[in-house]
Ligand binder design. Structure first.
Ligand SMILES: [Mg+2]
Length: 182
């Protein structure tokens, strides 16, 4: 594969999944548990219309812990894709590893972001990471992208995550991103 020229690279919004675009139910393994936050499909469409690729970056240690299978993970992911329509996610990168091991991919490692950068021709200097936990913000910072903490899911914890921006929810994070284009 030839590397795209710099002017052909796209910006991306890297999205945490649980607690950021949908309710965090802890180890979601059943499509019936999928509850997308209000306004998220429309917000994703706005980002796409402005040239952003949409890439989910998710730790799924429930797989590594044996709580659910990769097949169940993909059943859930299919339900999410249906509920996000008409928005289309360009790619999902997930890490099944348990915390505390020697994972090289689990957030806050930036490795999944770098995989996406290589696979999809992403310009990290114009990209954002949106998530509800400190490890999301650390992952984004480790990858060298701008960061937004959403106060849904775990984001209501008032710890200082070092996020560049704080948004009440994903739709507000979208407003922040699009405001930077002006
Ligand atoms: Mg989360």
């Amino acid at each position: 594969m030839t590397r795209p020229a710099p002017d052909q690279l796209s910006p991306a919004v890297f999205l945490d999944r649980d607690g950021t675009i949908m309710r965090d139910v802890e180890y979601c393994s059943d499509p019936k548990q999928v509850e997308i936050f209000s306004g998220v499909p429309e917000a994703l469409v706005r980002l796409k219309q402005n040239g952003y690729k949409l890439i989910i970056i998710s730790n799924q240690s429930g797989i590594g812990r044996g709580y659910f299978s990769e097949e169940q993970f993909w059943f859930v992911q299919d339900a999410i894709a249906r509920k996000l329509a008409p928005a289309v996610i360009d790619a999902i990168y997930y890490c099944p590893d348990k915390p505390g091991g020697r994972s090289t991919r689990r957030k806050p490692s930036p490795e999944m972001v770098f995989e996406a950068q290589r696979d999809h021709g992403i310009d990290l200097s114009r990209s954002f990471f949106v998530g509800d936990k400190a490890i999301d913000i650390q992952c984004g910072r480790n990858a060298g992208v701008r960061t937004i903490l959403v106060q849904t899911g775990y984001g209501l914890q008032k710890e200082d995550t070092g996020a560049e921006f704080v948004a009440r929810e994903f739709t507000e994070a979208t407003d922040i991103i699009l405001e930077q284009l002006k």
